[in-house]
Ligand binder design. Sequence first.
Ligand code: RUB
Length: 326
Amino acid sequence: MSTTDASVSVPIVQEGASIEVDKAFISIREMRVHGAGRIAQLAAAALRDFTESCPSKDRDHLYKSIVEAGEKLKSARPTAVSLPNAVNYVLLQTKEAYANGSSVEGIRAATMSSAEQFVKESAQAMTRIGEIGARRIRNGDTILTHCNSEAAISVLKTAHDQGKGIKVFNTETRPKHQGHKTSVALAKHGIDVTMIVDSAVRLFMDDINKVVVGADAITVNGAVVNKIGTSQIATLAHESRVKVMVAAETFKFDPQTIYGDLVEIEERDPTEVCPKEILDAYPALKIKNPVFDITPPEYIDLIITEKGLVPPAGVYLMMKDLFNIQ
Ligand code: RUB
C-alpha cells in the first residue's frame, strides 16, 4: 500500500503503488494517516486504484462498485469534510460518465482522471496556501500552531524560506500528540520551534503575536472545526488581541452547512485519554473524548485558502461559487 504514516512533507500518495480501499479505510479510521488534507488525498487515490483494478466488465456493476467504494471511504471518519468532498469530486465524473451512457472503459477513465486531478490540485493548493499565507507573516513574528496541519505548516515553512526569522510555539496536542509531528517537521526545516503542553497556551500568549491553525471543516457562517483545543486557543488569542488565521484548502468548506446541517464531532476511544487498566478497575469512571471543536467566526480573523484570503463573513459567497449553489 502506498501510504506513509502521517509524517509531514512525505507524500501520502506515492507513484506506482496501488492503494486498496479496505486498507485506506482502516488507515484513516485508525489514524495511521490523519489530517483532513491527507485523508482526502488518500481517499481519492484509493478510488483511482480501485477503479483501475476492478475486474468488472459490466458498466452497471462497475458504476455500483465505484460508488460503494466511495461510500465506504467516506464513512472512515465523520468530521473532516475534506473526505466526502474528495470522494464526491471524483464520483461526479463517474456519475456523469455513467449517465451519458459511457462504456466500462469510459467510466473507468473518467473516474481515474478526476481522482488524479484531485490529488494534483490538492498538492498545488498546499503550495498556494503557503505563498498566500506567508504574506501575512511579518519578520520576527512569534506564531502559535496546534495539532498537525499541513496547510498551517506550509505557511510557516514558506515564511521561513522567505527569510522572515519567525519563531513558532506548538502544542503537543492531547490526547494523540500530533503536535510532536509538527515540531519535528518545523525543526527539520530549520525553524525555531518550542513545544508546549496544551494547557500552557495562556501562559505563553503574551509572547505570541499570531495564531495559525488548520481546519477539518469550515461552516457557512465562517466557523472553523479543527482539533480539540483550537477554540480555547482562539478564545485566549481574542482576549490578548492576537490574530487568528486558519489555513485551509477550499475542499474543507462544508456545503451541507448551507442547508443547516451540523458538523458531526468525532468521539474517539476513552483509552486515548486514560489507560485501560484504570478504566477496567473503576467502571464508574466516565471519559469524554471529542477530538474536534468549533471556533466561532468572531474569533477568527482570516481564512487562507488557495483561492485567496477570505474573512469568515465571506465564506458563504465563496461556498456558493465553489459548489455552484443557486
Ligand atoms: C488533524 C487536525 C488538523 C486538520 C487540518 O486532526 O485537526 O489541524 O485536519 O490539517 P486529526 P491539514 O489528527 O485527528 O486528523 O491542514 O493537514 O488538512
